[in-house]
Design a protein around this ligand. Structure first.
Ligand code: DX5
Ligand code: ZN
Length: 215
């Protein structure tokens, strides 16, 4: 069964308490929390302060996706805020291995996120050191965009790379996931589905999460 990680970026920020209660009641597995700095991506979302709020509102895993430059500067703040998994973008990290070591030494699981144009082959020498790859299936910065079809091929390739070395790295697919394309994404080898608009804009979000989970 896939791990379902609703992205709170698409939630109703005026009613965060009830959005969190809804997710807590559902069979969503993780809270996916999107941090944007207006530099690495052309949008600004929120930082550690709000991650801490989500942390207090749930016992589910807080999966923090940093779309920021110089993530090493903030890793400790996100640990303090309560992140369980911290993902940094390969495109933002010239010293990626150091960033991963830092995240792990702080006691979090480490993820690497890759943009749609970045070849998964670049992960070859870091795969054994990480817990998660966040494969972007849209250009990061905004929710509600359409899935980029060629990223399906990247999921398959990455699955082969992971299985070839019997690693336990999870593949998370992030962006434009819908009930219609989710099966294809899982069949390509994904373990985790991030879903923002598909969950929060659904008439019945709990039923939508259950439907994604059953695929
Ligand atoms: C995009 C974010 C995604 C986004 C997903 O930059 O990383 O997590 O919130 O939203 P949907 O599912 O609406 O594409
Ligand atoms: Zn994300």
């Amino acid at each position: 069964m896939p791990i379902i990680a609703p992205s709170l970026l698409a939630s109703d920020f005026l009613n965060l308490q009830s959005e969190c209660n809804m997710l807590n009641k559902s069979n969503a597995d993780w809270f996916h929390l999107d941090v944007m700095d207006g530099r690495f991506v052309p949008n600004i979302s929120y930082g550690p302060m709000l991650v801490e709020v989500f942390r207090k509102a749930t016992t589910k895993i807080c999966d923090v996706h940093l779309m920021i430059e110089d993530p090493g500067k903030y890793a400790e703040a996100f640990k303090k805020a309560g992140a369980d998994i911290l993902s940094v973008h390969i495109e933002a990290c010239p010293h990626l291995h150091r960033n991963i070591q830092q995240i792990k030494s702080l006691g979090m699981q480490a993820g690497v996120a890759v943009n749609p144009h970045t070849p998964v082959e670049l992960l070859k020498d870091i795969l054994a050191d990480i817990d998660l790859v966040c494969l972007m299936s849209v250009n990061p910065g905004f929710g509600g965009q359409s899935f980029i079809p060629h990223t399906l091929h990247k999921i398959k390739l990455l699955r082969e790379m992971i299985d070839e070395h019997s690693l336990h790295v999870k593949i998370e697919v992030d962006g434009g996931v819908t009930l219609e394309n989710a099966k294809l994404i899982i069949d390509a080898g994904a373990d985790v589905l991030v879903a923002g608009n598909t969950v929060f804009k659904a008439a019945d979000p709990i039923a939508m999460i259950a439907a994604l989970k059953k695929l």
